[in-house]
Design a protein around this ligand. Structure first.
Ligand code: PBG
Length: 333
């Protein structure tokens, strides 16, 4: 054939593929979410997330040290509380002596350079399993009253040594309120990673198993976004940007690559993708059945986030990916 243009020339061997590769996944792109519980020396596996466990503070620090030694720059801590500590006003969330604050403090003193991201939302502490306060008569999720609690939580976490607070609640105005509260308390160097486009998703199921935090009544659709909407994410972007977010996140990840792309095209702020629990569970289940090549899928999926425009990725595969990227073997779970 007379074919002067042949796209395959740029794929003819791995050396040339390396030269023309557009996007690179590195261990420095990864944030590892970890589940923390009170106590010592205990590790409680999460059934729907094979390979992940709720860890007591000592074991969490051990895990974080491994991750840091693998080159992972940041962990995101989520507390799992006993039911007896939960109530309808989520008061334990801003108790400066709760075990979550102790976990942050101990981790900061053990690994001062590791970035600690902390979670700002009511659901781990709420007996209603919602991210905001619930009006006991109407069932409404109360925006403005919730924000007062979120601001107190953020200050507690900053006091304990959090580097980045992550409001995962989707209340209106919370980024601005948290920024003001942090600044007034002289925590102007604590960053905010806003869950900017967080969708009401069925992909969070395993995470809610991990925290026993599923909503007791109703769903999260009056605050989390409708998965049918993309343009609306740009509205959230404008708000979070004006309110002082440092990094904006899209969540879930894999079914929302278009949203990551759109946000990236419309802001100069860095974008994070959250590769959520349900995405992790799907791949683990398929791999355990021998239906998918797990290592291949992990690297392809995480690189796809980069291609879509994500600067960083929160993923339960962080440790596996770090090992794969450094060429060492990943043990099957
Ligand atoms: C709640 C919160 C959720 C996740 C992170 N923070 C679940 C929810 O909104 O119900 C999900 C993370 C995951 O699925 O991995 N504030």
């Amino acid at each position: 054939m007379e074919l002067p243009i042949r796209a395959r020339r740029n794929r003819k061997n791995s050396a040339i593929r390396d030269l023309i590769r557009e996007n690179h996944l590195t261990v420095k792109d990864l944030i590892a979410p970890l589940f923390v519980i009170d106590g010592k020396g205990q590790q409680i596996p999460i059934k729907s997330m094979p390979g992940q466990a709720r860890l007591t503070v000592d074991l969490m620090i051990e895990k974080a040290r491994n991750l840091w030694e693998l080159g992972i720059p940041c962990v995101s801590l989520f507390p799992a509380l006993e039911e007896s500590l939960k109530n309808s006003s989520a008061t334990e969330s801003y108790n400066p002596n709760n075990f979550y604050q102790k976990a942050i403090k101990s981790l900061k003193s053990a690994l001062p350079e590791l970035l600690i991201m902390t979670d700002v939302a009511l659901d781990p502490y709420s007996s209603d399993g919602h991210d905001g306060l619930v009006d006991s008569e109407t069932g409404e999720i109360l925006n403005d009253q919730t924000i007062e609690i979120l601001a107190k939580m953020a200050i507690c976490q900053a006091q304990s040594g959090s580097d980045i607070v992550g409001p995962s609640d989707m209340m209106d105005g919370r980024v601005g309120a948290i920024r003001t509260a942090l600044d007034q308390a002289s925590y102007e160097n604590v960053s905010i990673m806003a869950y900017t486009a967080k969708y009401a998703s069925s992909f969070y199921g395993p995470f809610r198993d991990a925290l026993d935090s599923a909503p007791k009544g109703g769903d999260k659709k009056t605050y989390q976004m409708d998965y049918a909407n993309g343009t609306e994410a740009l509205r959230e972007l404008q708000l979070d940007q004006l309110e002082g977010a440092d990094i904006m996140m899209v969540k879930p990840g894999l079914p929302y690559l278009d949203v990551i792309y759109r946000l990236k095209q419309n802001t100069t702020l860095p974008i994070a993708a959250y590769n959520v629990s349900g995405e992790y569970a799907m791949i683990k289940a398929a791999a355990q059945n021998g239906w998918l090549d797990e290592a291949g899928v992990i690297l392809e999926m995480l690189t796809a986030f980069k291609r879509a425009g994500a600067d960083m990725i929160l993923t339960y595969f962080a440790e596996d990916a770090a090992k794969l990227l450094s060429g060492s073997k990943v043990s099957a779970e």
